[in-house]
Design a protein around this ligand. Structure first.
Ligand code: FES
Length: 349
């Protein structure tokens, strides 16, 4: 299930002092496998200092491009983003899992007005969505509010200005910088007043069909609340977290603290005994079972499985809907067994 493919790095472009865009050639025989919907991400697997790392990165390119481009912001020392900045070179081969993710925009025949709020590297999937919205229907419009510390930190700045020049009547971008007062930019972080400014002032004549939010959790909550206060239905608001707030809770624990778990992956069934304080995914990986995963932080959705017997509870969930949870879906990186036996199926999702 966790099917990785070798892709060659075809281009690396420095976007800001701490971010790069990395493009991959997609060979013809993998074109179908790597076809994607705007807003999705890929997962890269890389062994660094003897440890296998998996990291999910959103795609910034248009789905019709022959290459796939991702944005990588340096967030670690010794991790993949550090490696991508210091060592990765054109011609290198990386192991990449096909695109996945639910934060998507699919073209439709009817005209759509879309607004997006992004902060920092949260702009990456929004780039792909904006290009798709503008390209798929000449009546579509796109309003973007994009927050950074300064223009220097603004990823894809040149691309955004080009989109503005190419679509002056349909693409509107409002930069907002929190550390520097700069020309043609608002000052401050994205907050309630920025959302209201875009909605009720600058673009009050537009009735928006969909909203896409990508950035830190606090921003997503604040923008969602403000949109809902403005009468916007929750089902028109789509969001993707790129940094999850750490939630450390006392995990539920009962009886002897152990659970017997049966796991189905790629039609193979594995049995394991695990501590109920552990996340199901951690226990599965400890047994070297090849289950799908990426962020291990409840952000990307690649570790979804279905509970077919027993019960598990999630420490954190911002991805699955109440209906999906009722159906038995769990994020295995966030789920701990509640019952002493648990059956989990990665294939049935
Ligand atoms: S691995 Fe990303 S949500 Fe579980």
């Amino acid at each position: 299930m966790a099917d990785f493919h070798s892709l060659t790095v075809s281009h690396i472009e420095k976007l800001t002092p701490s971010s790069v865009a990395i493009s991959f050639n997609i060979p013809k025989e993998l074109a179908q496998t790597f076809a994607f919907t705007a807003g999705q991400y890929i997962t890269i697997k890389k062994e660094i200092k003897g440890k296998e790392l998996r990291r999910a990165y959103s795609i910034s390119s248009h789905p019709k491009n022959a290459q796939i481009t991702i944005g990588v912001k340096k967030v670690d020392r010794g991790g993949f983003s550090d490696y991508a900045h210091s060592k990765l070179a054109v011609g290198d081969i990386l192991e990449v899992m096909p695109p996945d993710g639910r934060f998507t925009f699919s073209p439709s025949d009817s005209a759509k007005n879309v607004a997006a709020f992004a902060a920092g590297s949260g702009i990456t999937p929004i780039m792909s969505i904006a290009k798709t919205v503008l390209e798929c229907n000449s009546d579509n419009s796109f309003v973007l509010v994009y927050g950074n510390k300064s223009y220097e930190e603004c990823m894809f700045y040149t691309d955004l200005v080009k989109l503005q020049l190419d679509h002056p009547d349909r693409f509107f971008v409002h930069f907002t910088n929190s550390e520097t007062m700069e020309e043609n930019a608002l000052f401050g972080r994205i907050d309630t007043s920025t959302v209201n400014y875009a909605l009720k002032n600058k673009h009050k004549g537009i009735s928006f069909d969909a909203f896409y939010l990508c950035g830190p959790e606090a921003m997503i909550h604040m923008v969602t609340d403000t949109l809902m206060e403005n009468g916007i239905d929750k089902d028109r608001i789509h969001f993707e977290l790129f940094t999850a707030t750490e939630i450390k809770e006392e995990l539920p624990i009962t009886d002897d603290g152990q659970a017997v778990v049966e796991v189905t992956v790629d039609d193979e069934v594995f049995s394991l005994k695990m501590n109920k304080k552990m996340a199901v995914l951690d226990a599965v990986l400890k047994e070297n079972i090849d289950a799908p995963y990426s962020c291990q932080g409840g952000v990307c959705s690649s570790c979804i499985a279905r509970v077919t017997e027993g019960k598990a509870t999630m420490i954190k969930n911002q991805i699955l809907t109440d209906g999906e949870i009722e159906e038995g879906l769990i994020l295995t990186c966030q789920a701990v067994p509640v019952t002493s036996t648990l059956k989990v199926d990665y294939d049935d999702v």
